[in-house]
Design a protein around this ligand. Structure first.
Ligand code: BGC
Length: 379
């Protein structure tokens, strides 16, 4: 009942986002500023391994190009050195603005100082860029809420408030070089901390700290390897594993694969993030319980508006959210990159499980396959 109500509420919310997005977007498109024609946006995405960065790159490119800008778009194969070189190349080519989703948020400082010297604005996309004052804005989702949603989902799925337990849980986090990974873990852990402290939830591996559960490159293979070791050491003698919180869907896939070999207990509740097609299939098949969906089209849309305003000589601040096509929170003291608080525009994530998959279709990003069973990308 609680779940059904949550689904109805979230359907209503997403519906608002989607319809609101459409109508305002249309009016924005029609007021393209021809004075920007000829300006070039440098977009640096981390890699092409996931559904999402391909989509982000594609939406951003389309958005800027249809408004008359030129776009240089790079993907850096998850390699921080390559991303530095890609960005240096874009600075040398004379881009007017840089929009960067960092491979390693702490390894761009020198390169971005060079951008600052040339008065090229630098905007952090999805991942905060650390240790530099060259970055002026940050567009992202509420990353702590992503983790909180995952933790609370597990709390409800295991009925932690109404049953005695104890239950066993493990955490698989993201890449240590991505600031987001820490924030997701914080949200996850804090949502379950009381149950862990009281002994209702046990972590048999003892891996309670972010540093102990990170996944280099956010890769499926590394998550699978890590989970296989945990299973071998702690869950191969009949112990029950009740839940695994995976920072995102690529790591969740690794965990699902690891469980297929070597684990004989009842399937745990697995949660992830992103709404990757393979994981939406796993949700239909029952091997994954939920994912946190972040509408990258909305994120790209907000990034576009911030960049465009800057290039037009505007200075986005708190009131700017009123002009945006989707519901966004402005926060100037939430995200500190070790040098300063970066002005941030924060979008709302959305919980997706087997009960509300249709929301993704309503958002226009996925469609049902010919058997009406699984979701596939609509683009
Ligand atoms: C993003 C996630 C993504 C992960 C791996 C994070 O920074 O917020 O959506 O799954 O990187 O690429």
């Amino acid at each position: 009942m609680k779940k059904a109500m949550a689904a109805i509420l979230s359907a209503a919310m997403l519906g608002t986002l989607v319809s609101c997005g459409n109508s305002k977007n249309e009016s924005k498109e029609s007021e393209n500023n021809s004075s920007n024609a000829g300006k070039t946006i440098g977009i640096a995405m981390p890699n092409q391994n996931l559904d999402r960065w391909n989509s982000d790159g594609e939406y951003l490119k389309q958005k800027f190009e249809s408004a008359g800008y030129k776009v240089e778009l790079t993907f850096s194969s998850g390699d921080a050195t390559k991303q530095n070189n890609d960005i240096i190349g874009m600075i040398d080519n004379g881009v007017d603005l840089l929009l960067v989703a960092a491979v390693d948020g702490s390894r761009l400082s020198k390169t971005l100082d060079a951008a600052k010297e040339k008065n090229i604005p630098v905007i952090a996309y999805d991942r905060l860029i650390m240790d530099t004052n060259a970055v002026t804005y940050y567009i992202t989702f509420d990353n702590e809420s992503v983790g909180k949603m995952q933790g609370e989902y597990v709390r409800d799925a295991l009925s932690l408030d109404t049953t005695d337990g104890p239950y066993n849980i493990e955490f698989i986090a993201g890449d240590a070089n991505d600031n987001n990974a820490k924030v997701f873990f914080k949200g996850e852990y804090e949502a379950l901390e009381d149950y862990i402290e009281s002994g209702k939830l046990n972590i048999l591996s003892g891996k309670k700290k972010f540093e102990m559960v990170t996944t280099p490159g956010w890769s499926t293979e590394n998550a699978e390897k890590h989970m296989k070791t945990i299973i071998k050491d702690y869950y191969s003698d009949g112990e029950q594993l009740d839940a695994v919180i995976c920072a995102n869907d690529s790591t969740a896939l690794g965990v699902i694969q690891a469980l297929e070999s070597g684990y004989n207990g009842k399937a745990p509740v697995i949660v992830g993030q992103d709404g990757d097609v393979a994981n939406l299939k796993a949700i239909v098949d029952g091997t994954q319980a939920m994912t946190v969906f972040k509408n990258v089209k909305d994120e790209a849309g907000v990034a576009y508006e911030v960049c465009k305003t800057l290039l037009d000589g505007g200075i986005p601040a708190a009131d700017f959210v009123k002009t945006l096509p989707v519901d966004v929170k402005y926060d100037s003291d939430a995200y500190n990159n070790n040098v300063k608080y970066v002005q941030s525009y924060i979008l709302a994530p959305q919980l997706i499980d087997e009960d509300n998959l249709q929301l993704l279709v309503n958002a226009g990003l996925y469609k049902w396959d010919s058997n009406n069973k699984y979701l596939e990308s609509a683009t």
